[in-house]
Ligand binder design. Structure first.
Ligand code: CA
Length: 232
């Protein structure tokens, strides 16, 4: 998978096979990874372990309905963007009325194209939350997300697209520790079942290129974080 197409994993929660197949097709065509869950309980498990960048959440689901899935995730402090899919007006009222922290909703029948556009929009909103295109700076390392340029003390450093995405992702959340599985999902768009060695390899490459200025810190037994040199 090329880095340009790695937009992260979208969790599709839908009990109607025809709809989930269609959504999966459109979502992967746009460069996201996709995982389908067909009931509320497995949706919750997938949301907790796969670290999706967005969830498309059907309201009417077996075992536990979509609003309950959302309520539990929010109560656990999980603010993954959620796009609700509702079949009826009364479901819309429930989604909005319960103040579940839904990021958006769409009413069935919908066009998959429209769903994908909404997914992109909620993902973009959440990932650009505090950015407004300002460069990311930690110590002497500066990452320009618009031009995709990295400099160390003003000197340009050539990173591959994946190395850039990895560094930028860590630097967007300074001090936050990411597990290898999280990075695989959020940077590469892979489900965590894929080996995590690839993360270590790319971190090593970024460090080799940035040298002493590298803000990436290894958190033993957990994963990686980006921190300014004086706090690292
Ligand atoms: Ca349903």
């Amino acid at each position: 998978m090329t880095a340009d197409s790695a937009r992260g994993l979208v969790l599709i929660v839908e009990d109607e096979r025809a709809i989930s197949d269609l959504l999966k097709l459109y979502v992967t065509r746009e460069g996201f990874g996709a995982h389908v869950a067909t009931d509320g309980q497995s949706a919750l498990a997938a949301a907790r372990t796969l670290h999706p960048v967005a969830i498309v959440l059907d309201v009417g689901l077996p075992i536990m309905d979509g609003t309950e899935v959302c309520r539990i995730l929010r109560s656990e402090g999980n603010w993954v963007p959620i796009l609700f899919c509702t079949a009826r007006d009364d479901e819309v009222d429930r989604v909005l009325g319960l103040e579940l922290g839904a990021d958006d909703y769409i009413t069935k029948p919908f066009s998959p194209r429209e769903v994908v556009a909404r997914i992109k929009s909620v993902v973009r909103r959440s990932s650009l939350l505090n950015l407004d295109d300002a460069p990311l700076i930690l110590g002497s390392v500066e990452v320009d997300l618009v031009s995709r340029r990295v400099t160390v003390a003003g000197e340009s450093i050539l990173l591959t697209a994946t190395e850039f995405d990895l560094l930028a992702h860590l630097m967007q959340h300074p001090g936050r520790v990411f597990s290898r599985e999280q990075l695989l999902s959020e940077v590469w768009g892979y489900a965590a079942v894929v080996g995590t060695r690839t993360v270590d390899v790319h971190v090593a490459q970024v460090r080799a290129k940035l040298g002493d200025a590298s803000p990436i810190r290894t958190v033993r037994g957990v994963g990686y974080s980006a921190e300014a040199p004086d706090t690292a």
